[in-house]
Design a protein around this ligand. Structure first.
Ligand SMILES: *[C@@H]1O[C@H](CO)[C@@H](O)[C@H](O)[C@H]1NC(C)=O
Ligand SMILES: *[C@@H]1O[C@H](CO)[C@@H](O)[C@H](O)[C@H]1NC(C)=O
Ligand SMILES: *[C@@H]1O[C@H](CO)[C@@H](O)[C@H](O)[C@H]1NC(C)=O
Ligand SMILES: *[C@@H]1O[C@H](CO)[C@@H](O)[C@H](O)[C@H]1NC(C)=O
Ligand SMILES: *[C@@H]1O[C@H](CO)[C@@H](O)[C@H](O)[C@H]1NC(C)=O
Ligand SMILES: *[C@@H]1O[C@H](CO)[C@@H](O)[C@H](O)[C@H]1NC(C)=O
Ligand SMILES: *[C@@H]1O[C@H](CO)[C@@H](O)[C@H](O)[C@H]1NC(C)=O
Length: 362
């Protein structure tokens, strides 16, 4: 590289960094990957409904040195829904990402992390979840809203079949994760995935067992109400932590009908979304998108939740860091009187795309 241009680049970059205090590591660098995987695991631990998400691609990363000298990692990740329910103990690395023909669900998240005791810890995040299907897929299964009447009847019928085969144990429906239908000759076929809990039932009224370790199951069923197959994988789960003194069980309804699905606010949705916004530390590093309908209040936030609407300063600065590099190229070739034109322009280092990183699935 031409020594002059090298100096110019170094000086400009140094000036840029000094002014902006922002580093832009490569998206496939080990530190980007560390931050992205910490973000993935944190986001998966955030929800008690729906499925685990796996990292598909690191879209961008920057490390912002804050006035207090702390480094904040701001990483943008693309995640894909797997077929492992969040209650499923299978590690996410062993879960299968749902392919587009089965209607993949994609999560796009901006996550702020800081190093606490050597470990990257999530301080805030913002996520958007959407479906992604194969463009031309005739006969592919179609996701159904989670309150779809016929599909829920199918879920109940298949659970009754499962309960008919269990010995001394009755399972009650806890959550419907996914329902889809496929039109085949002879009419629609249904596919359903749902979570069940071991329950104590008398006359159709079931109370989930709460004493010590209880058994839950993740079921998948296919067919129609009158003829289907159902498979349930059962595993023991500790019930949610509760006050030893309190008689009420906070997150479990004390009694519910086995034939009533607790759909809560998920009416009409076709999949469980990632929690969309969470900034308890009010980092100000995440801009609040205009899609305010996506913002789900996080119960655990305890009042400090009100997200601060401040646009990400780093967004504009990333442009201004990259711009001088481009200008250097132009300046050198433009100053036609210098003896070595085009040297910088052919320098491959400047042309390697830093981000996004590699695609892991699709
Ligand atoms: C996950 O996959 C690894 C490697 O394929 C395997 O060794 C391990 O037993 C699997 N774990 C589970 C819980 O399936
Ligand atoms: C329950 O299982 C028995 C045989 O094990 C079968 O005859 C009966 O039809 C089943 N009932 C339902 C509701 O599936
Ligand atoms: C089911 O319950 C009956 C009566 O309580 C008991 O005799 C039997 O051993 C139990 N079967 C199993 C598989 O637990
Ligand atoms: C099941 O419910 C009945 C009545 O509600 C209660 O007497 C019994 O102790 C319960 N059994 C278990 C295992 O919780
Ligand atoms: C629970 O009960 C113990 C004594 O039984 C008491 O010391 C403790 O403060 C109670 N905790 C709460 C949260 O009420
Ligand atoms: C499902 O929920 C949506 C949105 O709340 C509602 O418009 C629709 O009527 C519901 N469908 C059924 C079958 O309950
Ligand atoms: C929120 O937490 C703080 C301590 O972190 C506590 O003082 C305050 O009472 C809590 N507020 C609510 C509404 O729970």
């Amino acid at each position: 590289m031409n020594p002059l241009s090298l100096t110019v680049v170094v000086v400009l970059l140094a000036v840029g960094y000094a002014q902006l205090n922002i580093l832009h590591p490569e998206c496939d660098s080990p530190e980007a990957e560390e931050a992205a995987l910490a973000a993935q695991d944190y986001l998966n631990a955030q929800h008690s409904h729906g499925y685990k998400y796996a990292l598909n691609r690191i879209e961008d990363i920057k490390i912002v040195t804050q006035p207090d000298g702390d480094n904040a990692y701001v990483v943008e990740v693309d995640l894909l829904e797997t077929d492992c329910h969040v209650l499923d103990p299978t590690p996410v690395a062993n879960c299968t990402v749902r392919p587009k023909v089965l209607t993949a669900v994609e999560g796009d998240c901006d996550v702020v992390l800081k190093r606490v005791g050597g470990k990257l810890t999530v301080k805030a995040f913002k996520c958007k979840t959407e479906e992604s299907t194969e463009d031309l897929c005739v006969g592919c299964p179609i996701l159904l809203p989670l309150n779809h009447t016929t599909a829920l009847e199918f879920v109940r019928a298949s659970l009754a079949t499962f309960n008919n085969f269990t010995v001394n144990t009755t399972y009650a429906l806890l959550e419907v994760g996914r329902m889809s239908t496929q039109i085949v000759s002879g009419g629609p076929r249904y596919f359903a995935e749902y979570v069940v809990a071991e329950a104590n039932c008398t006359n159709d009224v079931c109370a989930p067992l709460t004493d010590g370790i209880v058994t839950r199951g993740i079921c998948s069923a296919k067919g129609v109400s009158a003829a289907h197959t159902v498979n349930c994988k059962t595993f023991p789960v500790m019930p949610p932590l509760q006050d030893a003194n309190s008689t009420a069980v906070p997150s479990w309804s004390p009694a519910f009908h086995a034939h009533t699905v607790g759909l809560s606010r998920k009416h009409g949705l076709r999949h469980h979304k990632l929690t969309s916004h969470h900034d308890p530390h009010v980092t100000g590093l995440l801009s609040v998108s205009s899609e305010s309908d996506e913002v789900v209040p996080v119960v655990a936030l305890n009042g400090t939740a009100a997200p601060v609407a401040s646009t990400l300063a780093a967004d504009t600065s990333s442009a201004s860091v990259e711009l001088p590099v481009g200008m250097v190229k132009r300046d050198v070739s433009g100053s036609a009187d210098t003896t070595v034109p085009n040297v910088v322009a052919t320098e491959p280092v400047l042309l390697i795309p830093r981000c996004p990183g590699r695609v892991r699935f699709f």
